[in-house]
Design a binder for this molecule. Structure first.
Ligand code: KG4
Ligand code: ZN
Length: 337
């Protein structure tokens, strides 16, 4: 039995978790800073760093308590090293190094995006690899070929906005709270996804790629009644808010699904892992599952609580790295990219 403490502070969630053998979740603590950033409509790096500093030790203590363990009972500490906000990453990394040094525990450095992908496969009875991994969050929209949990090759990324970022911007136009994904998707349930023909970017020929800035602009122009120079209406004055939300959501989902299935075809793979905050989206789950099934492709999503940032995925992938002997030294740096 191997017990790994995971620590995650790459963006605006301070998280710690204890996972047994890379699969069994003994505890998962997440302190979200969302309220501290909401008034600014996005994450403010200075506020994030200070909040992590305040919360990191209490969050780790709670994760150990919930698991009924103390540090001496652990086999390793896994921490997010990259990518993320430098001031945020540093807090988790410093805490992890300090605890590893003082308790003589091995340290493993985890790549945040690879950990998101791991979360989609960690609870499956059979290995999902090799697979296409779709990572859709507030900062990333990318496709990978995942040979195993530890071997990901980037196939394509967004040319501009991330899918989650597009949800956040459209939410703002519609007068919904940050982060916008859950609000847009709740409003979309009352709308008709076929009512407004928003554009879907498709890269040339058989290439792979995403772009969401044109879609965002199309939503803005639609709200202005087709006149680009008109004033943007106040959210209360928008009569077709639900139809806008539903049609926008469908346009994003359609682009994500088409590119993911194109990647499967190109790489000749029949397994898909979806990860990141946008993987919570119900329409994405439904449409991808249905279209993939028609092509004999199996799709796996993490549990909703493990789609957004958490430390379970860090401890989980940390276990794999430990097993592969990929330990980190105590002088590693936090890497923003
Ligand atoms: O992975 P995550 O927690 O943080 C990043 O690393 O970015 O993803 C957050 C993003 C936000 O942009 C949020 O609006 C989006 O995920 N999101 C959703 C949903 N829940 C969260 N987008 C669409 N539908 C949802 N249900
Ligand atoms: Zn993330």
């Amino acid at each position: 039995m191997t017990l790994v403490l995971g620590i995650e502070t790459s963006c605006d969630e301070t998280a710690a978790a204890v996972v047994q053998d890379g699969r069994r979740v003994l505890s998962s603590e997440v302190h979200s800073q969302v309220e501290e950033h909401a008034v600014f409509g996005g994450v403010v790096p200075e506020i994030a760093g200070r909040s992590h500093l305040r919360m990191i030790l209490p969050v780790i203590d709670r994760a150990l308590d919930d698991a009924g363990l103390d540090l001496a009972g652990l086999d390793a500490i896994a921490v997010t090293q990259r990518p993320g906000l430098i001031g945020s990453l540093l807090v988790g990394l410093s805490a992890a190094k300090g605890l590893a040094l003082s308790h003589g525990l091995p340290l493993v450095a985890v790549h945040h995006i690879e950990a998101h992908v791991y979360a989609a496969g960690m609870e499956l009875a059979e290995s999902p690899y090799p697979a296409i991994a779709l990572v859709v969050s507030g900062g990333h929209t990318s496709l990978y070929r995942a040979e195993s949990a530890l071997a990901l090759t980037l196939l394509a990324s967004t040319l501009d906005d991330a899918a989650g970022e597009a949800f956040d911007k459209v939410a703002w136009l519609l007068g919904l709270e940050y982060p916008g994904g859950p609000g847009v998707s709740a409003l979309a349930r009352d709308g008709d996804p076929a009512s407004i023909a928003f554009p879907r970017y498709s890269p040339p020929k058989q290439e792979l790629g995403f772009s969401f800035s044109g879609l965002k602009t199309a939503v803005l122009y639609h709200l202005r009644g087709g006149d680009a120079r008109a004033a943007t209406p106040r959210p209360e004055a928008i009569e077709d808010r639900a139809d806008v939300a539903a049609s926008f959501e469908m346009a994003v989902v359609d682009a994500l699904v088409r590119q993911t299935l194109r990647a499967c075809e190109r790489e000749n793979l029949h397994s898909v892992l979806v990860a990141g905050g946008v993987a919570c989206n119900l329409r994405l789950r439904q449409v991808l599952e249905q279209r993939a099934q028609e092509q004999g492709i199996r799709v796996s999503f993490p549990r909703p609580e493990f789609c957004t940032d958490n430390a379970v995925m860090i401890a989980g992938l940390g276990y794999e790295l430990l097993g592969a002997g990929r330990l980190a030294s105590l002088d590693i740096d936090a890497l923003p990219r």
